[in-house]
Write a protein that binds this ligand. Structure first.
Ligand code: VG1
Ligand code: CO
Length: 576
């Protein structure tokens, strides 16, 4: 054993969810061993999985800037410094802050010689001493590590008895996060180097989009409104949209990163993006107010910069529609050749399916969470590099492509800007209306019931599962339930099966196909969040408001699931 070794007590609850491990901040601040154990477990799994002859790794260690990130960076350096047979170098972005998509791009850049990332973030969950903190792990392709890996880390954390950590008394362990790029420190046996978080990412975006076209659009006085929600995406939006493309200062709000996200919930949707939405002439239900300022495009990113909200003046674009529009207008966006494949998470609407079918592009439907997309993009079975460019998205304000292996909030903004810049006479509203005229409209809304009791929520899902194959309740009215099924996914590449990914209730609403999906969230930090996803296709009437169009379906689905009895909730906490 090394001189740094010391005993520890295992935790049983470090199982990562949809994307990383998230817990109440107090759990991490009141007991520093909680983070130490997690990182040691992660390093142990990395080392068991690598071949005995391989060299120690270089790992990127970044954060979204939330409360407790700075002390955690110091703590993790001490763990790595005492495990230098596994990690030889830590790359830490200047100021400690780097958006998740930028981290993915950093790993992928051959120049950086870095093969993993530890990202300190609870993503769109709020930050601060009474809010949430978390950790995401990414692998050598820049991808969120897969389920097999996260399960191994969890298993390891449950049996951990010792860990290695550099003692403050042993070594000088002070790292100045504001030091110049290139500054190096030595912590235990590990080198820590301060790196530039922008370079690789900016060059990736430059290769993908036509920056000259976008600069020209900005220089002609077209204004946009970008809301960084005080998260990690803010400075990246500033750098690319402002410094490089030339959008002026009045095009940015909340772009300075803050520990508590300025007290806001850094989740870009109609509820939490209130100020942006109002300034874009919309109300909290996405309806036109007739007011608002003169911006061609409105957009927001979440805490770690991987989510996006897109709207135009007086029009909100649902993430599922945004994905479909981007697929349809791919040629306006990228000069990297025609689209080869698209994928969406199961709860996302079928809007993109219709486009993929028309274009003759392969289309995949995966479980929720970005980790399922990377496999498809990289699969040699599907064509590897030749299967790119590949587009994917989720209803939860996530959009991205094969330029990296994460969803990318800023990428989505640049995609929409490209569409507008290519046809400067069009507004976002025109683009969306033209899309619906061509393909019909998938009305969409999501109801979240946050922090319900876990017992009740699980029982509700069990109860729904019990209805499979039984006689379905008959309504006699407008909502005809015709099928209940549980979504199970077989990875077309690995053939791995991921079961129980949500209950799908298929309806006919006056002859139009509609559905409600129920699933439990895997990103909460307390209790259970029930998500109900509603969708209805309409080939003729495009002018309605989603939330209003889907109200009846929501009531019907909640009644069938007996949601109120199981959860005690009459109304959702948030509708997006
Ligand atoms: C949610 C979303 C999912 C997304 C995940 C991570 O997961 O539904 O689509 O991939 O968050 O996003 P869940 O299990 O709570 O529904 V992020 O921006 O928080 O990393
Ligand atoms: Co996020």
């Amino acid at each position: 054993t090394s001189r740094y070794s010391r005993p520890t007590t295992a935790y049983q609850d470090q199982r990562p969810g949809t994307s990383g491990l998230r817990k109440k901040t107090k759990i991490w601040t009141e007991d520093s061993m909680y983070l130490n154990n997690l990182i040691q477990s992660y390093l142990n799994v990395l080392s068991t999985n690598s071949s005995p002859s391989s060299k120690p790794l270089s790992i990127l260690l970044a954060s979204d800037g939330r409360y407790h990130s700075v002390p955690s960076i110091a703590q993790i350096s001490k763990i790595c410094g005492a495990n230098s047979d596994i990690v030889s170098t830590l790359h830490v972005p200047q100021n400690g802050v780097q958006s998740t998509p930028s981290c993915s791009s950093y790993i992928r850049s051959p120049k950086n010689d870095c093969s993993a990332a530890i990202i300190l973030t609870a993503s769109h969950n709020p930050g601060g001493p009474d809010a949430d903190f978390g950790v995401k792990f990414n692998g050598a392709r820049g991808e969120p590590v897969d389920e097999g890996f996260t399960e191994e880390v969890w298993e390891e954390s449950k049996r951990l008895t010792t860990l290695n950590i550099v003692d403050d008394d042993d070594d000088d362990v002070t790292i100045d996060l504001n030091a110049e790029v290139g500054t190096t420190y030595k912590v235990g046996g590990c080198k820590v180097v301060i790196v530039d978080p922008y370079e690789a990412y900016v060059s990736t975006l430059e290769k993908f989009f036509d920056f000259e076209l976008l600069k020209d659009y900005a220089s002609k006085g077209n204004r946009i409104l970008f809301d960084g929600m005080h998260g990690a995406g803010g400075p990246f939006g500033r750098r690319v949209l402002g410094d490089i493309l030339g959008f002026k200062d009045d095009c940015f709000m909340r772009c300075d990163t803050r520990e508590d996200f300025g007290g806001c919930h850094p989740d870009p949707n109609l509820t939490y993006g209130k100020e942006l939405v109002e300034r874009m002439g919309l109300d909290g239900k996405g309806r036109k107010t007739g007011k608002g300022e003169d911006f061609k495009l409105g957009a927001a990113n979440d805490g770690d910069g991987d989510r996006n909200l897109i709207c135009g003046k007086g029009v909100f674009v649902t993430p599922s529609d945004s994905l479909a529009v981007i697929a349809d207008r791919w040629e306006d966006i990228s000069s990297n050749g025609p689209l080869k494949g698209v994928a969406r998470s199961m709860p996302s609407s079928a809007a993109v399916d219709v486009v993929a079918e028309k274009k003759g592009v392969r289309n995949f439907v995966t479980p929720t969470g970005w980790k399922f997309f990377g496999n498809l993009m990289d699969s040699e079975v599907l064509g590897g590099e030749n299967f790119n460019p590949f587009l994917c998205g989720e209803e939860s304000f996530g959009t991205g492509s094969s330029h990296i292996r994460e969803k990318d909030g800023l990428w989505a903004v640049l995609a929409w800007l490209s569409i507008l810049a290519r046809s400067p006479s069009l507004t976002v509203e025109d683009v969306v209306n033209q899309h619906w005229e061509k393909y019909g409209r998938h009305y969409y809304a999501r109801y979240d019931y946050e922090e319900c009791g876990s017992d009740g929520a699980n029982k509700m899902m069990e109860n729904l599962r019990g209805m499979i194959g039984k006689a379905l309740p008959k309504d006699g009215g407008d909502y005809e339930l015709n099928k209940i099924e549980s979504f199970s996914y077989t990875d077309p590449v690995t053939k791995e099966v991921t079961a129980n990914q949500g209950m799908i209730l298929s309806f006919l609403v006056k002859d139009s196909p509609a559905r409600a999906v129920f699933r439990l969230s895997g990103t909460g930090s307390a209790g259970a969040t029930v998500r109900m996803y509603l969708e209805k296709y309409d080939g003729e009437n495009f002018g309605g408001n989603s939330q209003e169009e889907l109200k009846g379906l929501g009531e019907k689905a909640a009644e069938i699931a007996d949601l109120e009895r199981f959860t005690g909730r009459k109304e959702p906490t948030v509708i997006t």
